[in-house]
Structures are given as structure tokens and as C-alpha cells.
Design a protein around this ligand. Structure first.
Ligand code: UFG
Length: 323
């Protein structure tokens, strides 16, 4: 298929672009490079530098490219930042995203795969979380993604645009060529690995007084290549809808640090710091629906393999995309 990948220079979009091309698809990446990197765009992809806020450019690119499908990764995605600058999140993740949908309608694109998130669930009552759990986000980031899910539903009802909203749990790991390089970095695994690389003295653990067995927050870490596989399968989803993408297993902040110590052989000093605003204590996903309806078969079963892949990438590219 001919696929328009918005945000294909970012962490997950870059690995997904590579995966799609490896599997015979033709990809055009559209990215503002505000948080993405030009070197993270697979050399086999076409590239358009642009911002989704620029509706004329989005529509023109979409109409000229005659795409059959869209993948939409382009969004701000930091929970903590969204608590201090909510408008930034609603403007980009909601308002600019609507330009993409209008362009899809104008260019008669059949389907869109959207990067949603488990942050739309807020503090779930039942773990592991299924798609029918109520969605009550506790931060503007999650709220912006939930708003876009609802908008997608109406574009489906009104214009017949098919969609799959994929609710990722914690994206992690790396492919051989593409990995995680944010500036500033805020995510747990890359920061832990920066300590092992000697770039930081220690890792700060945000809160050790949560209602979890060791007091630190629990997350479900899912490999980006498993996310990429799900995106490709979602192109042929049997219906429009929502799918969780997680492993069904949770690891605490302390457990992740322990695995990273094992993988890297570095002691990785850790300190307790205050809780970070907007952090739910426990997020673990049930992905049975994606397995059943999309035929999704995640390949990365344990955190050692995920962290090993991220470690291999950071050893190969010690300065990320800077070189
Ligand atoms: N954490 C630390 N120290 C750090 C960084 C993170 O203790 O230096 C903790 C966080 O408080 C949290 C856990 O590690 O408990 C994971 O934090 P991340 O920042 O790596 O990931 P988040 O869970 O906050 O957010 C990520 C994505 C979101 C997505 C969310 C779903 O950034 O896009 O997962 O859980 F929605």
C-alpha cells in the first residue's frame, strides 16, 4: 500500500516506517522535525518537511500522493509537560490532527491508524485494562488523545473514514537502526541507559510511596517493533475501533532499573525523588482483542530483550541522531 506517515521522524514512527518498507509498503513521511530527526527517516521513504498545523500543505501532500492509508504518530507525548502547558497539547494533538482528517476526506483516503495511548484510561479500576474500561484521563496529554479518538469516530460515521486507534502502553526498545532520542529525555528506560553510558550520575525514581508492591509505579513496556507489526495489521482491521497494545505484564520503576543493571553490567545508582504530577500508579494492558481481531503476535516477551535492544542501539549510536 501507499502510506502517508505523519510523525515518521519520531521514535515510534521511524521504526514503523522501516517495518512497513521492509514488508513491501511504499511510505511518505510527513514531519515537522520539531521533535523528530531527519536521520530517523528511513532512506527508502519519501520525505516532506511540514507541520500538521499547515492545512494547505497537508491537503496538497495528501491529494498529490494518492495514498491508500495514513498512520498518525505526530503528537506531543510528555505527560509531565502536558500538566504545565495543556494548550500546547490540545492545539497540536487535537486541532492540527483535524487538518489531517480533513485532508484524508478530501483525498478519499480509505483508512487511518492512530497512535492513541493507555493514558486515556486515567487510573483504571480493573487491571489488566481492557478496551471497555472507562476512559477518564488524569492529564491533558491523555485527554487530547481521547478527544482525537472521539473525533475519529465521527469522521467514520459522517464520512466513512475507517480507523484503528491503537492504545499503546509504554513504547520501548529499538530496532537495529532506529531508537529513542528525545531532547530533553524524560522517559525512564533511555534515562536509565544514559546513567549506564556515563552521561548522568544517577536515576531519580519519582515516588516510592505508591500503592504497589515496591512503592514505585508499574508500567507495561511494549517493544516498538511489536507496535509496528500491529500498525501494519491494523491496515486490514475487520472494523473500525480501538485496540490496546501491551504485554499484559507490568514492571515497576525499581524492576526496570534492576533489569538495566543486569543488561548493562553497570551499577546504575538510583535516588528517590518526589512523585511526578499526572502519573497513575499502575498501567497494564490486556491486548487479547488485538491478538484476536488483528492477528497480532508480539515477539518481545520480556523486559530483558526490550532493554537489550535499546542498549544495543545506544551503544551503536552513543549520541543518538546527533552524529
Ligand atoms: N520515571 C522515573 N524517573 C525518570 C523517568 C520516569 O521514576 O527519570 C517513572 C515515571 O514516574 C513513571 C515511569 O517511570 O512512573 C515511566 O515513565 P515514562 O516517562 O517513561 O513514561 P510514562 O508512563 O509517563 O508515559 C509514557 C509515554 C506516554 C504514554 C504513557 C502511558 O510517554 O506517551 O507512557 O503510560 F501515554
Amino acid at each position: 500500500m501507499k502510506i502517508f506517515v505523519a510523525g515518521g521522524a519520531g521514535y515510534i514512527g521511524s521504526a514503523c516506517t522501516e517495518y512497513l518498507i521492509d514488508n513491501g509498503h511504499e511510505v511518505t513521511v510527513f514531519d515537522s522535525l520539531e521533535t523528530g530527526h531527519r536521520d530517523a527517516v528511513d532512506k527508502r521513504a519519501e520525505f516532506i518537511e511540514g507541520n500538521l498545523a499547515d492545512k494547505d500543505l497537508v491537503v496538497k501532500s495528501m491529494v498529490e500522493g494518492k495514498f491508500e492509508a495514513i498512520m498518525h504518530f505526530a503528537a506531543y507525548s510528555l505527560v509531565g509537560e502536558s500538566m504545565t502547558d495543556p494548550g500546547k497539547y490540545f492545539r497540536n494533538n487535537v486541532a492540527s490532527g483535524i487538518n489531517l482528517l480533513d485532508a484524508a476526506v478530501e483525498a478519499k483516503v480509505r483508512t487511518i491508524v492512530f497512535s492513541s495511548t493507555c493514558a486515556t484510561y486515567g487510573e483504571p479500576e480493573i487491571i489488566p485494562i481492557t478496551e471497555s474500561e472507562k476512559q477518564c484521563p488524569i492529564n491533558p496529554y491523555g485527554e487530547s488523545k481521547l478527544a482525537f479518538e472521539k473525533i475519529l469516530k465521527w469522521y467514520h460515521e459522517v464520512y466513512g473514514l475507517e480507523y484503528a486507534a491503537l492504545r499503546y502502553f509504554n513504547a520501548s526498545g529499538a530496532s537495529k537502526n532506529f531508537g529513542e532520542d528525545h531532547s530533553p529525555e524524560t522517559h525512564l528506560i533511555p534515562i536509565v541507559l544514559q546513567v549506564a553510558q556515563g552521561k548522568r550520575e544517577h536515576i531519580m525514581m519519582f515516588g516510592d510511596d505508591y500503592d504497589t508492591p515496591d512503592g514505585t509505579c508499574i508500567r507495561d513496556y511494549i517493544h516498538i517493533l511489536d507496535l509496528a507489526q500491529a500498525h501494519m495489521l491494523a491496515l486490514n482491521a475487520p472494523r473500525s475501533g480501538h485496540y490496546n497494545l501491551g504485554t499484559g505484564k507490568g514492571l515497576s520503576v525499581k524492576e526496570i532499573i534492576d533489569v538495566a543493571r543486569e543488561v548493562t553490567g553497570h551499577p546504575i545508582p538510583a535516588q528517590i525523588a518526589p512523585r511526578r504530577d499526572g502519573d497513575p500508579p499502575r498501567l497494564i494492558g490486556c491486548a487479547d482483542l488485538a491478538k484476536k481481531e488483528l492477528g497480532w503476535k508480539p515477539q518481545y516477551e520480556n523486559a530483558n530483550d526490550i532493554i537489550q535492544s535499546a542498549w544495543d542501539w545506544s551503544q551503536k549510536y552513543p549520541n543518538g541522531y546527533e552524529n
